[in-house]
Design a protein around this ligand. Sequence first.
Ligand SMILES: Nc1nc2c(c(=O)[nH]1)N[C@H]1C(S)=C(S)[C@@H](COP(=O)(O)O)O[C@H]1N2
Ligand SMILES: [Mo]
Length: 366
Amino acid sequence: MGTVDQWVSAPARIADPDEGISVDELRLAARNHGMPLEALRYDVTPPGLHYLLTHYDIPALDPADWRLTVSGAVTRPLSLSLADLRIRPRVTRRVTLECAGNGRARLLPRPVSQPWLDEAVGTAEWTGTPLAAVLAEAGVAATAVDVAFTGADHGIERGVEQDYRRGLTLAEAMRDDVLLVDEMNGAPLLPQHGAPVRLIVPGWYGMAQVKWLVGIEVLETEFDGYQNVTSYRVKQEPDEPGEPVTRIMPKALIQPPGVPDFQSRVRVVDHGPVVLTGRAWSGWAPVDAVEISIDDGAGWRPAELGPQPAPYAWRSWRCRWDAVPGRYELRARARDAAGNEQPVGPAWNRQGMANNHAQRVTVVVR
Ligand SMILES: Nc1nc2c(c(=O)[nH]1)N[C@H]1C(S)=C(S)[C@@H](COP(=O)(O)O)O[C@H]1N2
Ligand SMILES: [Mo]
């Protein structure tokens, strides 16, 4: 008999240059679906179309006996029921979430993990109560530095058994737009999106948005859990510490025009005037420019931006194109007000994190 470790702790792996997507990756992709790109038409993504990413299993939580504990370096530890949370001041924020691994399957060589293409994104109206006031009520010690958020889901990752747990600096946790939410688009959170309560940290990649929240612990030392220190790092070599993944890099996506070919998803468009549309977002600052290329990045034309609906929600863009018969590779790129520019090509890193290379949409104009 082997130990559990011997059977399940596969090391992080980079695919061989000509290695296709494996059954293990396909199994992850079937559980963790992306947002169908035609759903870029919606300002707010209908819940069933929002992307989904869950490391382990969706836990069974009964909202009637669910409790959220606030513990650690606080003067008044708390244990809150859902009713306790719901009588607190309520706020709704429109926030775009994107998985930090979005785009990973296009990297060469490919980091073996959830094989996202472009679709790991969605925007929702999240309703809940500000975290800062809950922390203030618990009385955060002057010596506190980080806050750890624990989900009710449990599993094993690279041989390390764990609850899903992420840390944030105290300063980030005390931002007034960070919420403990129990509603998505005006309805109770669905099981797959973290019911009954999840954390929303506007602007950050998905890993910070802890679902099935059951514990908040105030720490006097830096959080050193797996999901901050081992995973979600931008690094080239397996043994270097790398840089932590934090906020969402700017990205624009094109709502695929025309109609798709079933198997290849190549788009077929009639010649004549076409209005290309899509969405763009950044977790650093509002997007202030989107450009479109119809010839795979050889030339760029400006798109017209729609309103910025909320600081961390995607904004729409549109761009006219007089389509002449032929085959085209459409690309879009965004720039934000902080000066971050979306690159056309990928920047490789071992875990395939925070990659905002430009989407490519193949279009045949007839
Ligand atoms: N408890 C818990 N929270 C979690 C995760 C998880 O596996 N467990 N996955 C994270 C990741 S990696 C992402 S991208 C987002 C996805 O949120 P969604 O499934 O609601 O779109 O949830 C985050 N929160
Ligand atoms: Mo993610």
